[in-house]
Design a protein around this ligand. Structure first.
Ligand SMILES: [Zn+2]
Length: 341
């Protein structure tokens, strides 16, 4: 029934994506769905600030076509969030003057997919150690959209490249979970921004269970060095942990991961605290953790998974329903400030 409800939520995701621009797809910010006041998002400005949001979350609509992701305020839309420490809100004129050539690139478009198996688990991958951005960080499969690609095609291509899982648009159901403004490094204390993206998080419902999918999985060692299937209980724990260490209650639990070793793949148990690690304060260093955008996507996923259809899925609903449902199953997640959004 939950799956039927999620399928019902499937929104129209643009399937027309033949691009004409020569460079990579870019974010444009506008006042409304007709593209009124459309402007390319600037690298050094926070997208939420540009859209006149003073807080850290707002509801937006979006359209993707011809290499342009147009984002506009819309009460009927999906959630757009950024981290409370969004680096682009803290740049001084001196910082902006010393930004690298990345500054001229505007804001890029990314796509990430929360792949949900039929037994309600989601696939997470650990980025290889040598990656330039987010090394050793746990994220769902995803990446850049190439010119001329639709969001769905980009999503399926990344899924195949990183995990070997090959789906067509016909054998998987997609819905939008939300949009996340991602800046790297994620803290200004780690250095000035080098990358700035809006990531569209899609939920993909697979018809097979995690064990079956696992057997088909063949991850690309240059990009991914470990994978795991997270259930809703662990997802609740990690999605409610904060990035700044202000509410640290880390359960003594373990998750099972398949890790790439020199002599092949190995199944290991890793402490859940890894996925609840805070952002590193030092410049030039990242650490193994779950990305803030992934926590955001998991929160949206849990909302969709646990809001009963008869109650409707109200925007901005508190997540009491989520807790009630999970508590009924005998699990008592800690309440966190993130859940009262
Ligand atoms: Zn921002």
């Amino acid at each position: 029934m939950l799956r039927a409800f999620l399928v019902h939520l499937v929104r129209n995701i643009s399937r027309s994506g033949r691009g004409k621009m020569s460079n990579s797809p870019k974010v444009y910010l506008c006042n409304d769905e007709n593209g009124e006041g459309s402007q390319p998002a600037s690298f050094e400005q926070c997208c939420l600030t540009h859209l006149r949001c003073k807080g850290n979350r707002m509801d937006v609509g979006y359209k993707y076509q011809n290499g342009k992701l147009e984002v506009y305020p819309s009460a009927q839309g999906v959630r757009l969030e950024h981290p409370t420490g969004c680096p682009c809100r803290f740049l001084t004129a001196t910082d902006i003057a010393s930004l690298s050539s990345a500054r001229t690139q505007g804001v890029g478009v990314g796509v990430s997919v929360i792949l949900q198996s039929s037994d309600n688990r989601v696939l997470l991958t650990r980025r290889a150690k040598h990656m330039r951005t987010f090394p050793s960080v746990w994220v769902p499969p995803g990446g850049h959209i190439e010119q001329g690609e639709t969001l769905l095609k980009g999503c399926l291509r990344e899924l195949k490249e990183e995990t070997g899982l090959n789906f067509t648009e016909d054998d998987i159901n997609f819905t939008t979970l939300g949009l996340w403004e991602s800046v790297y490094p994620p803290l200004i204390s780690m250095g000035l921004p080098k990358r700035h993206h809006i990531v569209v998080y899609l939920l993909a419902l697979a018809n097979e269970d995690s064990r079956t999918l696992q057997q088909r999985l063949k991850f690309h060692p240059d990009e991914v060095d470990a994978i795991t299937w997270l259930d809703e209980y662990m997802a609740t724990d990690v999605a409610s942990s904060d990035d700044y260490g202000q509410s640290r209650k880390v359960p003594q639990r373990y998750f099972e991961a398949q890790v790439q070793r020199d002599n092949g793949l190995e199944i290991v148990k890793l402490p859940l605290s890894i996925l609840m690690a805070v952002l590193p304060p030092a410049p030039g260093v990242d650490c193994e953790r779950l990305s803030s955008g992934t926590k955001f996507a998991l929160r949206q996923w849990l909302k969709a998974l646990y809001t009963p259809p008869e109650g409707g899925m109200e925007r901005g609903d508190s997540l009491e329903t989520v807790f009630l449902t999970i508590t009924k199953k005998g699990h008592q997640p800690e309440k966190s400030p993130f859940w009262s959004e």
